[in-house]
Design a protein around this ligand. Structure first.
Ligand code: FPP
Length: 245
């Protein structure tokens, strides 16, 4: 399949412009195989790489994944440190691929809470992303939906107090203070791993997203599973609060 798909259409099927995924089930995947949870995260990182490549091939413009929440720091230190190492390794490797394939990559979240090494990698991916257009992968890292909204409200209040913003705050104006500024809202939110909740992910942005839940654990998630989710998305009737014409 090619990514030469400007209309976002594939056969009779519409490809969602923006897909968001909650990466869930890595720990259970590992436990089922008698492996440490961290082994599940390593396979989960590879799954992310494969799914991101597939999204780009089929003409998805934005893929946003929930990799580490503001609450995930409560996990055992060894697990947190493995996830951070995997993210560092991934960002490091991604920097070369981005340059080669002209991919944009952004981190959404409170980067001040990350290690200086990770922050430097985030700065580098930001800098490269500014040079290109096209597919964009967003990794939510030290991210929480409520935290994002609070952070945006504080930044707006600061701008208002400093005379940089007027008092006419609109939805679009507020969205420009979110980590996702400039990125269209997700059309499809996928949660593998069997849970059916949003877990503080993209609370503002998912106002009109279609939700797709599956029991498949994230490390087992394949391009075929993504195709199934897209087929379900295509069967939905999106009305955005209106009525069908
Ligand atoms: C959820 O599974 C997964 C995480 C909290 C970590 C996800 C992180 C990675 C896959 C590492 C690298 C990521 C990228 C994007 C390169 P879980 O541990 O909650 O699984 P469980 O519900 O089965 O315990």
């Amino acid at each position: 399949m090619s990514n030469n798909n400007p209309a976002g259409k594939r056969g009779d099927s519409r490809v969602p412009r923006h897909i968001a995924i909650i990466l869930d089930g890595n720990g259970r995947w590992a436990k089922k195989r008698g492996l440490p949870r961290t082994a599940g995260h390593a396979v989960g990182a590879e799954t992310f790489r494969r799914i991101a490549t597939y999204c780009r091939e089929i003409g998805v413009e934005y893929l946003t994944v929930y990799a580490f929440s503001t609450e995930n720091w409560r996990r055992p230190e060894a697990e947190v440190s493995t996830i951070m190492k995997l993210l560092g390794k991934y960002l490091h490797e991604a920097i070369d691929t981005m340059e080669r394939d002209h991919i944009r990559m952004k981190v959404f979240g409170d980067v001040q809470g990350l290690s200086p090494e990770l922050r430097a990698l985030v700065d580098k991916t930001d800098e490269i992303s500014q040079r290109y257009e096209g597919f964009q992968a967003n990794i939510c890292l030290n991210y929480g939906g409520r935290d994002e909204i609070l952070h945006a409200a504080r930044r707006y209040a600061e701008d208002y107090a400093a005379g940089r913003a007027d008092g006419e705050l609109t939805e679009d104006g507020f969205a420009s203070y979110l980590y996702s500024a400039g990125v269209p809202d997700p059309d499809l939110l996928i949660r593998p791993g069997g849970e059916q909740r949003i877990s503080n992910f993209l609370l503002w942005q998912c106002a009109y997203a279609e939700f797709y839940f599956t029991d498949v654990l994230w490390p087992d998630f394949t391009p075929e599973e993504l195709d199934k989710a897209i087929a379900v998305f295509n069967s939905r009737d999106r009305r955005y609060g209106g009525v069908k014409g």
